[in-house]
Design a protein around this ligand. Structure first.
Ligand code: COA
Length: 127
């Protein structure tokens, strides 16, 4: 059931591909903010995937993310997203990301439930 309380966690080891330097989001070789967002979105998607009606999916609509501390290559990061609110098709998640030393990021992420085919049609029409 699509209700507050659902949550999921993803864990990953930081590789060179995930650094700000490699992603172009900075020039330092530490975990980049876009890579953190990707982990958070993966956790949020997983948290609700099995509760969605067939033919629907969730798409990322907005994010508010505080990046609190740097994580080096080789470190392990864990992102947990928990469904906090369901308002119609809008799903609001609270998330936290940690590494071995403590908090790395936290914030709020909104996803919207869409019909997969209609959503892809909209994207195609924008070409
Ligand atoms: C998210 C999206 C599908 C919403 O479009 P839509 O269905 O026409 O939007 P609607 O106006 O019907 O909004 C649906 C609900 O989501 C909410 N919503 C839409 N965009 C939002 C946003 N950016 N932030 C927060 N809430 C949003 C609306 O308030 C509405 O909530 P309600 O039903 O409680 O009123 C559209 O903005 C979009 O395609 N965004 C791009 C998504 C994307 O490409 N993500 C990357 C791939 S996952």
């Amino acid at each position: 059931m699509l209700a507050p309380g659902r949550q999921a966690t993803v864990e990953e080891t930081v590789t060179e591909d995930m650094t700000a330097q490699r992603l172009g989001s900075g020039d330092v070789p530490v975990l980049g903010t876009p890579a953190i967002l990707a982990l958070v979105e993966a956790a949020a998607v997983t948290a609700v995937a099995e509760a969605l009606d067939p033919g629907t999916t969730s798409v990322g609509a907005s994010v508010e993310l505080d990046h609190l501390a740097p994580t080096p290559v080789g470190g392990t990061v864990t992102a947990t997203a928990a469904l906090a609110e369901v308002e119609g098709r809008r799903l609001t998640f609270r998330f936290e990301v940690t590494d071995a030393a403590g908090p790395v990021a936290r914030g709020t992420h909104v996803r919207v439930v869409v019909d997969r085919e209609r959503f892809l049609d909209t994207a195609r029409e924008r070409r």
